[in-house]
Design a binder for this molecule. Structure first.
Ligand SMILES: NC(=O)c1ccc[n+]([C@@H]2O[C@H](COP(=O)([O-])OP(=O)(O)OC[C@H]3O[C@@H](n4cnc5c(N)ncnc54)[C@H](O)[C@@H]3O)[C@@H](O)[C@H]2O)c1
Ligand SMILES: O=C(O)C(=O)C[C@]1(C(=O)O)C=C[C@@H](O)C=C1
Length: 363
């Protein structure tokens, strides 16, 4: 059988992470890469993220069986139009990874080749080839938009099997409504908060040092790439304008309650939010960051926490959370140690099991 050629355009966080996942699951594929930055192409080639960088763009895409566009949304639309001017393989399958889907799907309608939209609902505020991570998509939702009903979604599902993500199919309009609410609006709010704090800090220079966990947690995503987010907003304008109207109405309501000293309504506001968030499936990426828990049965004796965390520290495993679930006198207690991914969780289990007598469970 001839070797399948995949061309990935845009070797940043998502493109390079997908390249790694494809290679892990399909070592026989030949991965070509393309990027606007020579330094990125060089790193991708040197680190083996791609097998090769073609001499020129046209040769690369015309020789490929699958083409993955993983650039900012407006750039991917530009490339899609460019691909329609070239003689690609008759059986080529083109996809993208963009965070919005309606605009690219309506461009794809006019294309002389098969196109199915993809969107892995996992990512990071980090960008670029050096942030590539083959564990990035594990357990996350991976959305396909196939408005054009191309009977080849299974080919993509097979190609992306190494992501270990959970596949979902949506129409592009459902996709853009949902992501506006759960991804795009939160990014606007996070950046708005940081900008408001910046203005405030100029009048209160000491404030910067005093920002604590709450501010850090709600604003992490404000460190994301501004080009990527400008493109996302510009391509989901109508839905976001509606979401922002609702958001403003909600904030005006809170302001009114404050003016009225209405503690009861303010309490209900926070109570509803707590109940809702507490019920969200926090073990799933795509909604709330996933935590991977290890349960260690430990004897009830002094220094036990230091012993377990010390062993994990020596393995350079970072702990996201630590809880003692049961400590009654002279019974075995349970330590719940949370990690940021499955890989760290399994490494921690192995480390504790090989270096102590304690029993470990992951459920
Ligand atoms: N970052 C996330 O959390 C996330 C998650 C899912 C999907 N996405 C989407 O995936 C796409 C890629 O995002 P990312 O996070 O990998 O961004 P990134 O900034 O890490 O990577 C984008 C890459 O595209 C390259 N690029 C830009 N213009 C180009 C051009 N004209 N020609 C060739 N290469 C060009 C950049 O040099 C960079 O290497 C975006 O459409 C984004 O909306 C992002
Ligand atoms: O975790 C993050 O940093 C992200 O911003 C990831 C995130 C999101 O959840 O909003 C961002 C954009 C993508 O389209 C999908 C995922």
């Amino acid at each position: 059988m001839t070797q399948k050629k995949i061309m990935i355009i845009g070797l940043g966080l998502i493109g390079a992470s997908l390249a790694k996942c494809i290679k892990n699951a399909h070592p026989n594929t030949f991965i070509l890469g393309w990027d606007a930055l020579d330094s990125t192409k060089l790193i991708a080639k040197k680190t083996g993220i791609v097998d090769d960088i073609p001499e020129d763009f046209d040769t690369g895409v015309c020789d490929s069986d699958v083409i993955i566009l993983s650039t900012p949304v407006s750039v991917s639309i530009h490339y899609l139009n460019q691909l329609s001017t070239l003689t690609l393989k008759e059986t080529v399958l083109v996809t993208d990874t963009g965070s919005t889907k309606q605009e690219i799907m309506s461009t794809a309608k006019e294309m002389p080749f098969d196109f199915i939209g993809s969107h892995p609902m996992a990512g990071s505020h980090k960008s670029g080839v050096t942030a590539a991570d083959d564990n990035l998509f594990e357990n996350a939702y991976f959305i396909f938009t196939n408005d054009l009903a191309i009977p080849r979604v299974n080919e993509l599902k097979e190609l992306f099997i190494g992501t270990r993500a959970k596949y979902v199919e949506l129409t592009s309009s459902e996709h853009d409504e949902i992501t506006a609410m759960l991804s795009h609006l939160p990014h606007i709010i996070a950046s708005g908060l940081v900008n408001q704090a910046d203005t405030f800090n100029q009048a209160h220079p000491r404030a910067k040092q005093l920002a604590a966990g709450g501010f850090r947690d709600i604003t992490r995503i404000a460190s994301s790439d501004p080009k990527m987010w400008t493109d996302i907003l510009m391509s989901n304008r109508a839905t976001l304008i509606e979401e922002l109207d609702e958001w403003q109405a909600q904030m005006t309501q809170v302001k009114t309650w404050l003016q009225q000293k209405n503690a009861q309504e303010i309490y209900r506001f926070f109570e509803r939010a707590k109940e809702t968030r507490d019920q969200l499936p926090i073990h799933q990426k795509g909604t709330i960051p996933a935590f991977y828990d290890l349960f260690v049965d430990v004897p009830d004796k002094p220094g036990i926490i230091a012993e377990v965390t010390g062993l994990l520290g020596e393995e350079r495993l970072s702990i996201i959370n630590l809880k003692i679930l049961e400590t009654r006198e002279d019974i075995i207690g349970v330590l719940q140690v949370s990690f940021k991914n499955d890989h760290d969780l399994l490494k921690a289990k192995e480390c504790i099991e090989t270096q102590t007598d304690y029993t470990c469970r992951t459920q």
